[in-house]
Design a protein around this ligand. Structure first.
Ligand code: CP
Length: 336
């Protein structure tokens, strides 16, 4: 067995050592992961990436398994990539969105989870505006639960796909410097990414208006700067969306979007040659990111979307299989 295939054998760590519901494993937060977990997941994702280069992209790995995607908040990238990831691995999938479901009639999250749990899904992927919603689902169903974004708290698979995309592009993670620019206050992407970059030995500077950088966030092991010039020192400039849906009504975080764009927008003039630019999407072109930057060859935004598919395949695989000892991992993962 090659070392690369051997790393597929482990499994995700369980938060707090003892998950709700016994021995099931969940991915609720980047805090659930060790550096070894991250390395294993990225290696597994790379292996799936090679399998997707083949003409026939479907693998038999999760045949007979069921993945429920439960989206209580809008999503394009995360919902589509989880669904496609499950399909590429031959799992049965269902995607339930709040709009058009019984949530419209007032059904609670717990009752929704209990209802879908009655079908015995193996995995429930959940996005919800409330922090802690994935933990609630983990506590009242028998499924493995993956957090696809809960409020401004966590979006662990986004952080993993960002690491994957950076390593694909730059060949390494350790020692890199990433500037995360914009609305950190409301960003689950930023919180997850800061933790994930720390795990792999990269450094982070958060850059933005004082009102959009949480006080004391340096305790997570990052630097803070309020001047956009601080992005000049970074290898990667990671641009965050202004998350108006999470902003308190009437609160003045910035004088205006025009002023925000003028002072903190990422433009070609503010970048130096060789810097890579990332954005989790969806973008507000002309607000936090200049369209010339978004469409430039040094923008990794398309790579991030592609990474989302293979990383989510790896997460589903890792939760549902650990490959019995003695069986070649290549057979376990279904890659010939
Ligand atoms: N990055 C991200 O979570 O995108 P979606 O909201 O489209 O899923």
């Amino acid at each position: 067995m090659t070392p690369e295939l051997r790393v597929m054998r482990g499994d995700l760590r369980v938060p707090g050592g003892s998950p709700p519901g016994g021995g099931r494993r969940h991915l609720l937060s980047v805090a659930d992961l060790s550096a070894d977990d991250v390395e294993r997941l990225l290696a597994t994702a790379a292996s799936f990436g090679r399998s997707l280069e083949r003409e026939v992209k479907k693998l038999p790995t999760l045949r007979g398994r069921t993945v429920v995607n439960l989206f209580f908040e809008s999503s394009t990238r995360t919902s589509s990539s989880f669904e496609l990831a499950a399909k590429r691995l031959s799992a049965d999938t269902m995607t339930i969105r709040a709009a058009g479901s019984a949530v419209d009639k007032g059904e609670s999250l717990k009752d929704t989870a209990l209802t879908l749990g009655a079908y015995d899904p193996d995995v429930i992927v959940i996005r919800h505006p409330q922090i802690g919603a994935p933990q609630l689902v983990a506590g009242c169903t028998e499924a493995h639960v993956v957090n696809a974004g809960d409020g401004k708290h966590q979006h662990p698979t986004q952080a993993l796909l960002d690491l994957y995309a950076i390593r694909e592009e730059l060949g390494r993670l350790e020692g890199l410097h990433v500037a995360v620019v914009g609305d950190v206050l409301h960003s689950r992407v930023a919180r997850s990414l800061v933790q994930a970059l720390a795990l792999v030995g990269a450094s982070v500077t958060l850059v933005g208006p004082p009102a959009l950088i949480p006080r004391g966030i340096e305790a997570m092991g990052c630097e803070v700067a309020y001047d956009i010039e601080a992005i000049g020192a970074a290898d990667v400039v990671y641009v965050l969306r202004m998350q108006r849906e999470r902003m308190l009504e009437g609160a003045a975080y910035v004088p205006s979007l025009r002023e925000y764009s003028a002072r903190w927008g990422v433009t070609p003039e503010r970048l130096r040659p060789g810097q890579r630019v990332m954005h989790p999407g969806p973008m507000n072109r002309g607000v936090e990111i200049d369209p010339r930057v978004a469409d430039a060859s040094h923008a990794l935004i398309g790579l991030q979307v592609r990474a989302g598919l293979v990383v989510r395949m790896a997460v589903l695989y890792d939760l549902l299989t650990s490959g019995p000892v003695g069986v070649p991992a290549a057979a376990a993962v279904g890659v010939a």
